[in-house]
Design a protein around this ligand. Structure first.
Ligand code: GTP
Ligand code: MG
Length: 374
């Protein structure tokens, strides 16, 4: 009877799959297990590599997600896809040692603990082989913040290597945020009943093959995850994100408008141009600047492998973005100019225009980076 499912989220890990299956096979001798690779349609063909193994070894399964990204949601979907009573999550780049799995399984099945996890910072653990003292430091800091915000007192709440009964996960799966939060921490901070957690010291290794997916967006994702756990139920994360970015964009917009009105307002008013000319010019420049600001922000916060780089890709992306925003921008400029004509103050007219454009952009925002956060 199936005892354990090991969930391995993958993105461009084709060279690590076969060796990982071999290590699992060795480590889990005598245990009825299956492994589920949850792959986000990796361009390097990871899913096909895993499927090829699965053809002769039915313990190896694949979930391939199209048009989706995210480690946390991949782990949740993998855990929910198995019939095994106990599920584990680990990285597929060999940084996590599968030799710990039998001990973790024994601790759970014997009732010693509800959740077993491998800690990089427990006594007896080591991070030397990782060879990244900078990342050790960063993880330490993130752990300290996470402990403060969530109240979860573990030596390594950010660990990505853990095991628990599938039923425990399923009971609360609908309440997990699934955004870039470390999934173990998400689970521990979400469940109502306190879970007994056992730590297993881990000798954290260096990545075997392939490239790290960790980049600066991870810091951003970490903050979003903390927000989601902390205030997300009161003000939904997606809304807060959109609001924050929108408010920044509005500030940029108003600043540009103000400068244009200030610099050219009087001259234009004295010229033979219609008196709204300065406002229209200001609004147009402000809208284009705010849109560009939003475009840059969007681009910086997408996954590294999707980020546009170089003049031509950026220019093409900007044009596409502008075309999508064009309707909102025209509505913004048209309506606010009409308001100025009937006597509204330019700044309040601009604010009405910004709100109009925001409604349009909110409807479209799914297409862009915020789609990642639900
Ligand atoms: N399905 C899926 N898996 C992912 C995604 N991002 C990362 N992974 C996998 O999650 C695991 C951890 O990602 P890594 O890039 O190794 O992150 P890390 O271990 O924090 O960073 P390194 O120390 O640099 O390796 C690996 O098995 C990745 O292939 C994703 O967007 N989707
Ligand atoms: Mg890794």
């Amino acid at each position: 009877m199936l005892q354990l499912a090991v969930i391995l989220p993958t993105y461009n890990e084709s060279k690590n799959i076969a060796s990982m299956v071999e290590r699992l096979d060795k480590a889990l001798a005598g245990i009825a297990w299956e492994a589920i690779f949850v792959d986000d349609n990796s361009p390097d063909g990871t899913a096909n590599v895993a499927r090829a193994i699965g053809r002769t070894d039915p313990r190896i399964r694949v979930i391939e997600r199209i048009g989706r990204r995210g480690l946390a949601s991949a782990a949740i979907e993998g855990m929910c896809a198995s019939a095994a009573p106990i599920v584990a999550v680990m990285d597929s780049d060999h940084q996590h040692d599968p030799a710990l799995l039998p001990q973790m399984l024994a601790a759970i099945t014997s009732g010693e603990c509800d959740v077993a996890y491998a800690s990089r910072f427990a006594e007896g653990a080591s991070t030397e082989a990782w060879g990244r003292p900078d990342r050790v430091k960063a993880s330490g800091l993130a752990n300290a913040i996470a402990r403060k915000v969530t109240g979860v007192q573990l030596s390594d709440p950010m660990s990505g290597f853990f095991m628990l009964p599938a039923a425990t996960l399923r009971a609360d799966a609908h309440r997990l945020s699934g955004v870039g939060f470390k999934i173990l921490l998400d689970i521990l901070a979400t469940v109502d009943a306190p879970l007994r957690v056992k730590e297993f010291p881990l000798n954290f290794a260096a990545r075997a093959e392939g490239e790290s997916k960790l980049d600066r967006t991870v810091v951003f994702e970490f903050l979003i995850g903390l927000y989601d756990k902390w205030l997300g139920r009161i003000i939904p994360t997606r809304f807060a994100l959109f609001g924050t970015v929108g408010a920044l964009g509005a500030l940029v917009h108003l600043a540009v408008l103000y400068v244009v009105l200030h610099l050219f307002g009087r001259e234009l008013a004295l010229s033979h141009y219609p008196k709204e000319t300065a406002f229209i010019v200001g609004q147009t420049l402000a809208a284009i600047t705010a849109m560009t600001f939003n475009f840059v922000l969007n681009n910086e916060l997408t996954y590294a492998d999707k980020r546009l780089r170089g003049f031509f890709p950026l220019a093409r992306g900007w044009l596409k973005f502008a075309a999508t925003c064009a309707f909102g921008m025209l509505a913004n400029i048209g309506v606010s100019t009409a308001l100025v004509r009937v006597g509204f103050h330019p700044i309040s007219a601009a604010l009405v225009g910004i709100v109009l454009a925001s409604v349009w952009n909110f409807a479209l925002s799914n297409k862009f980076v915020w789609g990642k956060y639900g």
